[in-house]
Design a protein around this ligand. Sequence first.
Ligand code: 3HC
Length: 310
Amino acid sequence: MSKQLALEERFQARIDAEQKIEPKDWMPEDYRRTLIRQISQHAHSEVIGMLPEGNWITRAPSLRRKVALLAKIQDEAGHGLYLYSAAETLGISRVELYNELHAGKAKYSSIFNYPSLTWADMGAIGWLVDGAAIMNQVALCKCSYGPYARAMVRICKEESFHQRQGFEILLVLSQGTEAQRDMCQDAINRWWWPSMMMFGPNDSDSPHSAQSMKWKIKRYSNDTLRQRYVDMIAEQIKILNMTLPDPDLKWNEARGHYDFGPIDWEEFNNVLRGNGPCNRERLETRVKAWENGAWVREAAMAFAEKRTRI
Ligand code: 3HC
């Protein structure tokens, strides 16, 4: 048996025995590359994900709402930094990751290419988007790669606050005036299907799932987590006395799950191709922030170098 094969067999045995793989452990190059791909996209999603919400900080309806939204957005920035740090343990630099994002070469979750049009969107994003993220991220706490799994533990604790504050925003609106109730339903209608796409393509169309599940990077398939999400949201929305924009949504006693309608994968792929409502705006905003922040990075580096010379 070749040395490489023996190493791969020993690696898979460690994965099967639920051992955590750490940065200095031997790992197949494809395992490393898969983790860089997924963790960097996750980090980019956290950072770009701040933009739709940042749009409403100055227009929050009360100081309390503003403080909660600021705290959430600050958390997302921190999640991005944890995840860039986790990616760096795999041998890629943060600047390389930023450069890929700013050059439009890196993916981030398609959901963040949609506009946040009303205050109710802050509720729908917190409840639906962070709710989908939690469903996915709780599973990632058991990921085979140690730094990623550990980053997820803290991120999930903060995400649950994000989801609760979002749900509360919608609950208040759903008990308000007719205009507020309409705003609430409109936001749910616009964010529901893009949230469903956050779990990735159907299992049959997912090129990475089989291998990622063998390596226990992914613990559940895209469709399994999506189904759990539908089952959860379909119950929670009853409290809001609102509806999901899916005429096919129906409890299926035989399955023990909610049936739901088809996802528009053409829309999904179109957004991935850069044709979403906000793709260009998101990247331009991100690049401008990076360029405007250059002086801060230079000052910090100069200070650090001066410190080392003392
Ligand atoms: N948006 C953009 N691209 C997506 C996507 C989405 N919603 N879902 C899948 N894709 C891409 C994949 O990246 C892959 O493309 P690539 O080969 O160019 O990387 C392709 O579609 C095929 O999808 P697969 O399901 O085969 O790919 P994965 O095995 O990587 O699964 C995933 C996709 C489930 C998103 C997985 O990557 C994952 O779990 N990522 C970590 C979680 C994450 O990134 N969440 C994003 C949101 S973070 C967030 O919402 C923060 C919150 O605080 C608001």
